[in-house]
Ligand binder design. Structure first.
Ligand code: SF4
Ligand code: MG
Length: 280
């Protein structure tokens, strides 16, 4: 397939939205991975990012708000041979779904999570999300947000994710490379994408990000957790690339009952009819 073969309805995102760059990178990454539309699944969250469900041709599941990760975990346990990608926003995956995010890191589930991080709830017209910078005013915080922002990178590293990366929606070639490596990685992979919301986050424009992002070079050792946490905590400059990557066993590898074949390959030895009769 070519990238254009994955096109479905044309996106309804605002002109200039960073979601276009993430969409383009994902399609390119799927081509580079050699995946056909019926060889993987994407679970979408709720939000502007989750609307990608209608814009890309593949097997997809548009989940409930904040529940894309547990849905993906269920799919992973049903068929652990299937590549699984989650697409969602910062509000969806770090806010409503923050609890699920944390526990999926701990389990090292073999899932790739791509987060469109624009620091606002875009679809509901611009309330601050958990990654908004302290003091940022919005419709929901007219005097500025009081809480400090969630740091998704250090959170993921410290809680057991084995692939933690950051990309920028304005750099499609680099984001494509990161996504390819994230899907190839065995274990829980997160790609936190710095995504301008041109309509509701005027503070953090493409220009604002371009003045701050820098690429990690080949001298950087992504296996060292202390260095990775240091990179994750930077605020003045924003590193892009693979910040942390280690190899550990995945959740499904620790389930002996899945060793021989995926759950979907097992024959049902129970008679559902007899089981149901117990409840009549
Ligand atoms: Fe993109 Fe923001 Fe428009 Fe949503 S509201 S489509 S995130 S620019
Ligand atoms: Mg958002």
């Amino acid at each position: 397939m070519t990238a254009n073969d994955f096109n479905d309805y044309f996106p309804t995102w605002c002109p200039g939205c960073g979601d276009y760059g993430i969409w383009a990178s994902l399609k390119e990454a799927l081509v580079k991975l050699g995946l056909e539309a019926d060889q993987f699944v994407i679970v979408f969250g709720i939000g502007c990012s989750g609307n990608m469900n209608d814009f890309i041709k593949c097997y997809g599941f548009h989940s409930l708000h904040g529940r894309a990760i547990p849905t993906a975990k269920g799919i992973n346990l049903a068929n652990h041979k299937l590549p699984i990608i989650v697409i969602g926003g910062d509000g969806d995956l770090y806010g409503e779904g923050g609890n699920h995010f944390l526990h999926a890191c701990r389990g090292n589930f073999n899932i790739t999570v791509i987060i469109h991080n624009n620091e606002v709830y875009g679809l509901t017209t611009g309330q601050v999300s958990p990654t908004a910078h302290k003091g940022q005013p919005s419709k929901s915080t007219p005097s500025g947000i009081i809480e400090v922002p969630v740091n998704p990178l250090s959170l993921a590293i410290s809680q057991g994710a084995t692939f933690v990366a950051q990309g920028f929606a304005g750099d499609i070639p680099e984001l494509t490379r990161i996504m390819v490596e994230a899907v190839k990685h065995k274990g829980f992979s997160i790609v936190n994408v710095l995504q301008p919301c041109v309509t509701f986050n005027k503070n953090h424009s493409y220009q604002w990000y371009r003045e701050r992002v820098y690429k990690l070079d080949s001298s950087y050792d992504k296996a060292k957790i202390e260095e990775a946490i240091g990179k994750a905590m930077e605020t003045e400059k924003l590193a892009t690339g693979i910040i942390y990557q280690v190899s550990k066993s995945t959740y499904d590898e620790n389930l002996p009952q899945l060793k021989k074949e995926p759950l979907i390959g097992k024959s049902l030895k129970v008679e559902i009819k007899n089981l149901l009769e117990e409840f009549y």
